[in-house]
Write a protein that binds this ligand. Structure first.
Ligand code: ADP
Length: 170
């Protein structure tokens, strides 16, 4: 039987830290479905379509990786996709408490699906979508932290603002 994992998240936008988790997850699972949680109440920087496009571009070399979107419970989505695992990444202790709670809740909801955690690669320990957006907004250099298409798209979004941020305050 093929071992399938769901890798759920916001991916707003995808970072090299996410990609590292996918690449290493593929050593355990035969197929990974990167699933963007569509939460209509939470407006991100990028639309869902843009996030899909960036993930597809960054992961196109893997034939056993699929990009999808979902809403509702992750365990329900995992069941629908016949996945045995939920893949998550851990960076610092600060991730742990939330991830631990969520994994326990998901196990309560569906005992058939196992949450698998991978430790972040040391290089990506400080990389998160939100910190990258924050830095880019003020013209910070995010070289090497995100795939090329993401860098391009962030630049476009913040183009004007980052120029403003570089101007001296009056
Ligand atoms: P969320 O909005 O649920 O935090 P994200 O899209 O930010 O979702 O992240 C999805 C998953 O990827 C989470 O398990 C998160 O801990 C993990 N992740 C994010 N950035 C990194 C990183 N730099 N290294 C390892 N795992 C990461």
């Amino acid at each position: 039987m093929k071992k399938i994992a769901i890798y759920p998240g916001s991916f707003d936008p995808v970072t090299n830290g996410h990609l590292d988790i996918v690449e290493r997850g593929l050593k355990i699972f035969d197929k990974i479905i990167v699933a963007i949680l569509h939460n209509p109440g939470k407006k991100g920087l990028f639309t869902i379509a843009e996030r899909v496009q960036m993930l597809e571009s960054a992961l196109k070399k893997f034939s056993n990786v699929e990009i999808d979107t979902f809403n509702g419970l992750t365990v329900e989505y995992a069941k629908k996709r016949k996945a045995q695992g939920i893949l998550r990444g851990l960076r610092a202790m600060s991730d742990f408490e939330y991830e631990f709670q969520m994994a326990l809740m998901n196990r309560k909801l569906n005992r058939e699906v196992q949450t698998v955690f991978l430790m972040t690669g040391l290089r990506w320990i400080y990389t998160s979508s939100s910190i990258i957006k924050e830095a880019a907004q003020f013209g910070g250099n995010i070289n090497g932290m995100v795939p090329p298409l993401v860098q391009q798209k962030i630049k476009k979004k913040f183009g004007k603002k980052s120029t403003l941020a570089k101007q001296k305050p009056t």
